[in-house]
Design a protein around this ligand. Sequence first.
Ligand code: GLY
Ligand code: MN
Ligand code: MN
Length: 442
Amino acid sequence: MTEFKKRRDAFMEKIGDAVAVFPSAPQVIRSNDGHYPYRQDSDFYYLTGFAEPESVLVLAPSHPQTKTVIFVRPRDRDREIWEGKRLGVEAAAAALSVDAAYPLAELDERLPALLDGSDNLYYGMNGGHEFIRRIIRHVKQARITRRRADNAALNILDPSPILHEMRTIKSAADIAGMRRAVEISCAGHLAAMRYARPGMHEYEVQAIVDYVFASRGAESNSYPSIVAGGNNTTYLHYTANRDRIPDDALVLIDAGAEVDFYNGDITRTWPISGKFSAEQRAVYDIVLAANRAAIELCKPGVTFNTTINDAAQRIMVEGLIDLKLVKGPADAVLEGGAHRPFLPHRVGHFLGYDTHDVGFYRQKGDWRPLAAGMVVTIEPGLYVGYDLDVDPRFKGIGVRIEDDVLVTERGRENLSEELPKDADEIERTMEAGRRSKEPLLA
Ligand code: GLY
Ligand code: MN
Ligand code: MN
């Protein structure tokens, strides 16, 4: 709880006399009266550590008594019999280290007094349509009241430049959390390498990954696991996972575990047979060289989306030329865009409470340099679509290699370093897995 309080204090220090409202994520119907698994809003969780729905945090740093207020669901014996225990109003203030806690039903009644005297309301439009409308109603009413009282305006401001900037730079506690998420993510990928067998369907390999995530304590996947075999490796965010993996095909797994709201996001690509074909290895080694070079470049002051992205891209373009999949020279390819069908995405993104984490990639028009405490993915990929007019031996080969990298004062630490990615090492790992008698369900 001290970490969450520290974050609230740091945020409040930066908003002066303003008030800020952060709602929980809405619950969303999946089918009929059943909901999607509930996942708290990342901003709300970042500031509260509270995972229950139907909650609202109000920060009012210049309020004389209650600077931090939480609205929550009251205890309800009947509902709790169905859904499990709620924190409740009585316990909330102490449990969450806030000044006051009220039932959510009192939000409308209490918000005007909390807003009173502030010209600015920070609200990031979170909480779903209903909640957005609710806040707009309050702001409209406050503006009407203020006009009559000859008072100032009430502006709605975006909290992102302050809050998301904070989330971009990870604290020691954040880094410890990211390590746990990445460690479990690696364990899921390693198990897939060891226990996948020719003849399996994509969903069977997915089951290995997801089983290990869950059994090691992940609350969720960071996103639905992508397990793509053969031609499906050339779809970037393939999630159907229904096909039988062809015996001679590559498998691309992009999967991450979510632990304490921290997200791992890792991709490995390997042959279901346990041995890369010459063509698969040729493409693989190009992507691996791009992955390694890009990670090596990560350090404070280097721009992610120019220096690092461009270095990875150039390595892959030169590789495409070597394989005669495009015609060189590299500068002409990059200029004319002949590489684009093979390299459809950039090198990575911020990682944290969200898989594609918040944070600004540009500053004053320019790409922003990396800074110590950022966590980014490095995920070059090269995809030879099966419908492209190229050497047929390479058709349907898609390779992505994704690691999670912490930028440190001195350079970087690859948090997913332990997970094999060298082609020989992957083959040895798969071979050892196939020989081992150790059951997955130990
Ligand atoms: N799994 C989504 C991504 O790698 O960005
Ligand atoms: Mn990924
Ligand atoms: Mn990613």
